[in-house]
Design a protein around this ligand. Structure first.
Ligand code: ATP
Length: 535
């Protein structure tokens, strides 16, 4: 039944294994795994975890890139009665220690090439509760060895660590002993990046995750004949649900390519012909500007969504001209298991004439959205305020952080920190993040609006706008700009272009041409870093 609803993530896999065991679940370079193979491998890993002391409610840290091990480990943690902690593989020892200690993880899966020694040091430091370290390799699944699933690579063994493939092989055919998860059980802890203090673990439960996987399916009309292109990192909520959750639910193949590398992703698109994807807008900019990319490359995709950051309207137009695809806006947060607002698949979102913002769409099923003033009082349509959201996809809170939970989720309603409004027809717009507002001579400047204008310039590939200290104005507007390869312009010309396109108090008085912008692994431009690196 392709419209069935599930209350836990594991129920989805069970249904997939029952009705489509031989369907490909994951394509990874030239390797692939069926749903039956994911099921068998995750059973064996769950048993391996339990044999090493993993119990109901325990946490397994997953510290790998986008490869099949991520999916197998995620499901194994659930089958063993516990939860996963999704860890950004770019993290270094200090960040890893914090996340493992905060989450109380007792087991860790890491990537041999990148992390085995880091993990060993972190574990031996005694600062965490991790007692089991399992390693895997990004190359494990790239070739088809004797067995169809696992192409083995010989590599150095690290003392005190377990090898993922060996652990699986040793426990093949055994079944884990654990009660099935309940909808309210934590399935994954996803950490905020910590712009305002230490990172906090959002408790994504089986119920909140399952609801939003179903939102993707039902909103976008996805069916088992679709296949998902994994552009976003799997540790991020967009990848976790928009890629893994959707593939388990439909069920359908998920195309993975280790990490975001535009050339590798384009190769995967050419080879596997996926039909659906969601990722960061910067990823789509990179994909469409890969040398040799043609509209034909994108022709298998029937629906593209971008979430996690604003879509500059000019970028959407350029992408459409180049690939024939309109990028649909998706808005959501880690704390909402991603989308709470989506542009309907057959619609084009309106652009607000005043702020120039592209609409984020309309609220998804069963979701209540209020716009609040600074006193927390709801304002009418057309008025700016903070977006507050309640619904079945909103997490119940942060792991071990009752005060932060109360501050961000009073009464279960999420205060998003985003300023926006709803127009008379019910379309929603994000003006910007509350904390990114620039106060220039007491005028409010929203960086997104200035960036949108810059993206309209034919030579601009990427732009980021921040407020920098200014003796006279308090703050002044500064833009960092990356030019398109082969394009040329001057700071003066760009400055003139901006001055023509916006009110005098908004245009960037300082423009710096840079070769690249700092980004998160999810492809979001880090304005915060630009502010701090500024003299
Ligand atoms: P942290 O909260 O840890 O600083 P983050 O805010 O980037 O990191 P996420 O949960 O990944 O964490 O991102 C949610 C935020 O991303 C939203 O609050 C909003 O500011 C922004 N965002 C998401 N989707 C959109 C969109 N379609 N348009 C504009 N902004 C968006």
């Amino acid at each position: 039944d392709i419209t069935a609803d599930y209350s836990t993530m594991l129920e989805m896999l069970r249904a997939a294994v029952t009705c489509a065991p031989q369907v490909t679940a994951i394509r990874y370079f030239d390797g692939e795994l069926t749903f039956a193979e994911v099921d068998a491998a995750s059973d064996a890993l769950a048993v391996g975890l339990q044999d090493n002391g993993f119990r109901r409610g325990d946490r397994l840290g997953i510290y790998v890139q986008n490869n099949p091990a991520f999916v197998i480990a995620l499901v194994a943690a659930w089958k063993a009665g516990g939860a996963a902690v999704a860890i950004n593989p770019m993290n270094k020892a200090r960040e890893l220690t914090y996340l493992l200690a905060d989450s109380g993880a007792t087991a860790l899966l890491c990537l041999d090439e990148l992390h085995a020694s880091v993990a060993r040091d972190v574990v031996s430091s005694g600062a965490t509760q991790v007692s089991t370290v399992i390693t895997c390799s990004a190359l494990d699944w790239q070739t088809r060895g004797d067995q169809r699933i696992f192409g083995r690579v010989t590599r150095e063994r690290h003392e005190g660590t377990l090898d993922l493939l060996e652990l699986i092989d040793d426990n093949r055919g055994r079944e884990p002993r654990a009660e099935p998860p309940r909808p309210g059980d934590v399935a994954v802890l996803t950490y905020t990046s910590g712009t305002t203090g230490q990172p906090k673990g959002a408790m994504n439960t089986h119920g909140t995750m399952a609801f939003n996987a179903q939102t993707y399916r039902d909103w976008m009309g996805l069916t088992p004949s679709d296949s998902v292109l994994g552009i976003a990192p799997l540790f991020h909520i967009t990848g976790l649900i928009g890629h893994v959750g959707v593939a388990l639910l439909l069920p359908c193949p998920l195309v993975l390519a280790h990490r975001f590398h535009a050339g590798a992703i384009l190769d995967a698109v050419r080879e596997h012909r996926p039909t659906f994807t969601i990722g960061a807008i910067t990823a789509f900019i990179s994909l469409s500007t890969v040398e040799g990319a043609t509209a034909e490359d994108f022709s298998s995709l029937r629906l593209i969504y971008s979430g996690g950051a604003p879509i500059p309207p000019a970028v959407n137009e350029q992408f459409l001209a180049k690939t024939g695809h309109y990028i649909h806006n998706a808005y959501g947060l880690t704390e909402t298991n991603s989308p709470t607002h989506l542009v309907p698949p057959h619609s084009r979102a309106p652009v607000d004439p005043t702020s120039g913002a592209l609409s984020i769409g309309v609220p998804v099923f069963n979701t209540a959205v209020r716009i609040l003033d600074d006193d927390g009082v709801e304002v009418p349509a057309g008025h700016l305020g903070e977006i507050a959201i309640s619904g079945p996809q909103v997490v119940p809170g942060y792991w071990n952080r009752p005060e932060a939970t109360e501050a961000s989720l009073p009464g279960g309603e999420l205060r998003t920190g985003d300023v926006g409004f709803m127009d008379a027809e019910g379309w929603f717009y994000i003006v910007d993040r509350k904390k990114d507002m620039i106060n220039a001579s007491a005028y409010k400047v929203w960086p997104r609006e200035v960036e949108d204008v810059l993206y309209g310039h034919p030579a601009v590939l990427e732009a980021a706008v921040v407020g920098v200290p200014d003796e006279y104005r308090g703050e002044t507007v500064k833009a960092f700009v990356v030019l398109k390869p082969g394009s040329w312009t001057t700071v003066d010309e760009l400055s003139g272009y901006c001055r023509n396109g916006m009110a005098a108090y908004k245009y960037p008085r300082e423009i710096e041409l840079v070769s690249e912008l700092p980004k998160t692994t999810t492809g979001k431009i880090l304005r915060r870093q630009l502010r701090t690196t500024n003299p």
